[in-house]
Design a protein around this ligand. Structure first.
Ligand SMILES: Cc1cc2nc3c(=O)[nH]c(=O)nc-3n(C[C@H](O)[C@H](O)[C@H](O)COP(=O)(O)OP(=O)(O)OC[C@H]3O[C@@H](n4cnc5c(N)ncnc54)[C@H](O)[C@@H]3O)c2cc1C
Length: 410
């Protein structure tokens, strides 16, 4: 019998499987696709987040010229951004997985039961897999992890992107545009509709990636709206797509309810609601928080008498400590604010946000700041921003105050 059965072979699954094996545990995996199947998503990350982990070699590309456009303001971000070399990272974890003899079964997990000494997972074919603990990494709609009831309607980040060649450069040579919230390309009536921004980068060799993105909206902004806006934006600058190499359609939930922390299976990644509710980023969080989770699991399984429920409790406490829960509610409050803002307010908000000390905005985006540091940054932002944004933030205290209350009382 395996010590741990990992469900899913996305970034969270491969990372957790190898981290647990390195801690001396016997690990098996279960995924409907071969673990070697390429991950479909493009993953962006700030270069210093990987550097802090000694993993900068896993950047496929790195941009120094990083910019945000907020109305008439062009904001140099002065911070390197990169795209993860997903094939290299996946290959690295697969190589470790093979070296340690992790066995990957092909199957779709449909059910789990828990006894005093083992959990049993059944797949869609009726095969049963036993382990002392199950770690569900099956993504944002988890196969096994149960979540708490929904507090808010689910907001989705949605994006439509094209990698290809263009009649003229859609962004400056060598540039990475984190957010272009200019809406000068939209007809007046559409400026009142939910705002979207351009996320774009120069891949080199006249190839660019351009993606029209909705940070978060309930329900998710339809793909055809994003596609149309992308082409409208490009056309406004006299740019046409001349070659399409790849189309990315992105849709994922930003504010899924937290997992039930009393259950006897543990989650990691999208399955454990680890997406940053105010930004949509998760890859850095996986890499930073995974090792502590693996350590806690290994320690709890040291005793032969540990039940799945006890091991899962120890794991959930590490993943969702009280401090992290408080920050999660504060970020969720931030998300509600961002969704309430119209374009002008968003432009003003982000102009002030990126005018904070870099350590402040970087710590907020990566979720590496402490709660007092985040509160301090938010107070500075409140003091410096425009009156309409201030008013919006104050109104949110009334409409979404329950999230702030949880930040204080959790
Ligand atoms: C298009 C897109 C772009 C994104 N870009 C970024 C980004 O730039 N930066 C960032 O930080 N985050 C990004 N995210 C958010 C987040 O990082 C990703 O969603 C990430 O892929 C989640 O990783 P995961 O391993 O938790 O889940 P997934 O990558 O979804 O992997 C889930 C795994 O579980 C398997 N599985 C599913 N169901 C079952 C089942 N029943 N039984 C067994 N296995 C199952 C799947 O086959 C898969 O192997 C993006 C998300 C999307 C959708």
């Amino acid at each position: 019998m395996a010590d741990v059965l990992v469900i899913g072979s996305g970034p969270a699954g491969l990372f957790m499987a190898t981290a647990l094996e390195q801690r001396g545990l016997k690990v098996e995996g279960l995924s409907p696709v071969a673990a070697t199947e390429h991950w479909p998503n493009t993953y962006g990350i700030w270069a210093d987040e990987l550097e802090a982990l000694g993993m900068e070699a896993f950047l496929w590309k790195r941009w120094q010229k990083t910019t945000a456009y907020m109305g008439d303001n062009t904001i140099p971000l002065n911070r390197d951004y990169g795209l993860i070399d997903r094939e290299k990272l996946q290959g690295h974890w697969l190589e470790q997985s093979n070296r340690h003899g992790i066995r990957w079964h092909v199957g779709k997990a449909v059910n789990v039961t828990h006894g005093p000494s083992r959990s049993e997972v059944t797949d869609a074919q009726g095969n049963v897999y036993s382990a002392r603990l199950v770690v569900d990494t099956s993504g944002h709609s988890p196969a096994l992890v149960k979540r708490l009831p929904t507090m808010k309607p689910i907001a989705y980040q949605a994006a439509y992107g094209i990698v290809g060649r263009f009649s003229a450069p859609p962004v400056e040579p060598g540039q990475m545009v984190l957010m272009d919230y200019r809406d000068d390309y939209l007809p007046v009536p559409e400026k009142k509709l939910p705002p979207t921004f351009l996320y774009a980068m120069d891949f080199g060799d006249d190839v660019f990636f351009v993606e029209e993105t909705s940070l978060a909206h309930v329900p998710g902004i339809p793909m055809d709206t994003l596609e149309r806006r992308l082409h409208q934006r490009l056309a406004h600058r006299g740019v046409k797509v001349s070659e399409t190499h790849h189309v990315e359609r992105c849709l994922f939930p930003m504010n899924m309810p937290l997992p039930d922390l009393t259950q006897a299976a543990v989650g990691f990644g999208g399955a454990a609601s680890m997406v940053h509710p105010a930004t949509g980023y998760m890859q850095g969080a996986l890499l930073r928080r995974g090792p502590d989770l693996a350590k806690a699991i290994a320690q709890s399984l040291e005793s032969d008498r540990t039940s799945p429920k006890e091991a899962a409790q120890a794991a959930w406490q590490i993943l969702w400590s009280e401090d992290r829960l408080r920050k999660h509610y504060l970020y969720s409050f931030g998300l509600e604010n961002l969704m309430d803002f119209k374009t002008r307010d968003l432009q003003q908000f982000f102009t002030t946000f990126f005018g904070l000390e870099q350590s402040q905005w970087a710590g907020f985006l990566a979720d590496t700041s402490t709660l007092p540091e985040i509160v301090q940054a938010m107070l500075v932002l409140f003091g410096r921003t425009s009156n309409p944004v201030r008013w919006g933030l104050m109104s949110s205290v009334f409409s979404h105050g329950n999230l702030l209350k949880r930040t204080i009382t959790t």
